[in-house]
Design a protein around this ligand. Structure first.
Ligand code: BEZ
Length: 239
């Protein structure tokens, strides 16, 4: 019984599952997640606490990149277990007082969820008691336009996230969906992409015999093809 309660409190959704639903109060009004975000990608991310330095650097960075994510049809939603007035005060302080790495006068326009009850944080496995009982860790959930969780990344309290990597992951997943391919290590648009491994001995042989045009095969199970940057950007970013 205790174990079940613990799982409900600290379980986490998984990749490929529907994003758990919730209604929340945010700095931009009430939201229903994921239904309000149908048709867009969404990045739901938690941070440990307002008025803390790592979180402040992250919020300034994410707010500065918000338009870039919007161009990729992706909306941002933050969360911490602080209350609404703390959120408002912190975001006002960021805009009015904080200058960091050339960023200043930064307005956080995306919603920041108040979650004093930890209801959402527990539903999404953002509380990790081994790290902290009172603060959410730095969790990142990528949710696709159909409300399915597509990727999850976790960082500890002390480690600020790499937002270039979050953007790269988003574009890579969108590219994989659009072209039915996979992306290799460190892929960025313009790099070769990976096609599905051969599903039969015949296909494996054909590929190794060079019968499938446009493929470069390291071995029968590892074939890549070109996908130029312009095609990716035109498809994913509609540019
Ligand atoms: C920070 O954002 O600076 C921070 C928050 C919680 C623990 C450690 C650092």
């Amino acid at each position: 019984m205790e174990q079940v309660q613990e799982q409900q409190a600290f379980g986490m959704p998984r990749i490929g599952e529907a994003a758990p639903q919730f209604k929340a109060v945010t700095t931009q009004g009430e939201i229903n997640f994921p239904s309000d975000y149908k048709g867009s990608w969404a990045i739901l991310f938690s941070h440990p606490a307002d008025f803390t330095p790592v979180c402040t650097s992250e919020f300034m960075t994410f707010a500065t990149l918000e338009d870039k994510f919007a161009e990729a049809n992706c909306k941002l939603i933050g969360l911490s277990v602080d209350g609404l007035y703390s959120h408002i005060a912190w975001l006002r302080t960021i805009k009015e007082k904080i200058e960091y790495k050339g960023m200043k006068d930064v307005e956080v326009k995306f919603p920041l969820i108040e979650d004093i009850t930890m209801e959402v944080a527990k539903k999404y496995g953002m509380m990790m008691p081994g790290e902290s009982n009172t603060k959410a860790v730095r969790a990142v959930f990528f949710v696709d336009p159909k409300g399915i969780i597509r990727a999850i990344i976790y960082y500890p309290l002390s480690l600020g996230r790499n937002f270039d990597e979050l953007y790269r992951a988003l574009i890579a997943m969108q590219t994989a969906d659009a072209f039915s391919i996979a992306t290799p290590a460190d892929w960025t648009p313009g790099d070769d992409v990976i096609i599905s491994p051969a599903g039969s001995c015949g296909t494996a042989k054909d590929r190794m015999d060079g019968k499938e045009e446009g493929l470069e095969c390291k071995d029968w199970f590892f074939c890549t093809k070109k996908l130029d940057k312009e095609t990716v950007l035109k498809t994913v970013l509609k540019k």
